[in-house]
Design a protein around this ligand. Structure first.
Ligand code: ADP
Ligand code: MG
Length: 250
């Protein structure tokens, strides 16, 4: 089953067409990585998929339910309970962690499940502690974000996203704000989620990681999908722009 379908997505900022006509889908348990040069529209695409950004064309479908579609230049969203439900399907992990600085680690994890999802506090706390243990952070529950390394903060951000029990997790360059020695611990956590068959869409510059973890990879350039396929198909592609992109990284 497709958890997510993005059909003919267009997005512009003023006159600048940032997403030109992007279509893709993500099946349950699948890992899709999105690669491409800076400015190609990767973050905008994730922000559209997670309804942080409006769309100017196309439609977004979660589990066969229309989450948003553009009509006559305006975006129409699912409403009421349906919208709430659709928003509960996904979580987003940002490049810069975006933790609440004035909340403890535990409160960062527990806030939305209690305040937004109206879940039982005890049950939420139990799950939060278990997620922190899974991230190797059980001793950091009462710490504040500023007391943690970047790698630890990002692992808290991943735990916070998981605390909402999403069906699909989006990552926007989860390691690009980290020193190389801290990147590994975050990639390990994402790998462990892959082992548990978490459905994920990952924007990344870590090419070896993308190659290893992804079922499919999409290479974007200037608001278009240029190459799409298995890691092997994408990395072996003789597309000139793809080759140029890989060449610049080496
Ligand atoms: P990537 O994540 O691939 O680096 P982005 O999605 O961040 O690319 O940006 C794609 C293009 O859209 C860039 O040209 C960027 O300057 C532009 N852009 C992104 N967000 C905005 C915004 N809020 N307002 C205007 N232009 C934007
Ligand atoms: Mg980006």
């Amino acid at each position: 089953m497709n958890l997510l379908e993005m059909n003919h997505i267009q997005k512009k900022f003023d006159e600048l067409m940032v997403l030109k006509d992007i279509s893709f889908h993500v099946k349950e348990g699948e890992i899709l990585s999105i690669i491409g040069p800076s400015g190609s529209g990767k973050s905008t695409l994730l922000r559209c998929a997670t309804m942080l950004e409006t769309i100017d064309g196309g439609e977004i479908i979660y589990l066969n339910e229309k989450a948003a579609y553009a009509q006559d230049g305006t975006v129409v969203y699912a409403k009421g309970e349906k919208e709430k439900q659709i928003r509960s399907y996904f979580g987003l992990v940002f490049q810069n962690f975006n933790l609440f600085p004035h909340y403890s680690v535990l409160k960062n994890l527990m806030d939305a499940p209690i305040c937004v999802q109206k879940r039982d506090k005890k049950e939420v706390q139990k799950q939060a502690m278990s997620l922190l243990a899974q991230m190797g952070l059980e001793d950091k529950a009462s710490a504040y974000p500023c007391q943690l390394s970047g790698g630890q903060q990002q692992r808290v951000a991943i735990a916070r996203a998981l605390a909402l029990n999403p069906k699909i997790l989006f990552f926007d360059e989860p390691t690009s704000a980290l020193d190389p020695e801290l990147t590994g611990e975050v990639l390990r956590v994402i790998r462990s989620l892959a082992d548990r068959h978490m459905t994920m869409v990952i924007v990344t510059h870590e090419m070896d990681f993308a190659k290893e973890i992804s079922d499919r990879i999409m290479f974007m350039d200037q608001g278009n999908v240029i190459v799409e396929g298995t890691p092997q198909e994408v990395f072996d592609s003789d597309n000139e722009r793809m080759r140029g992109f890989l060449g610049k990284l080496n």
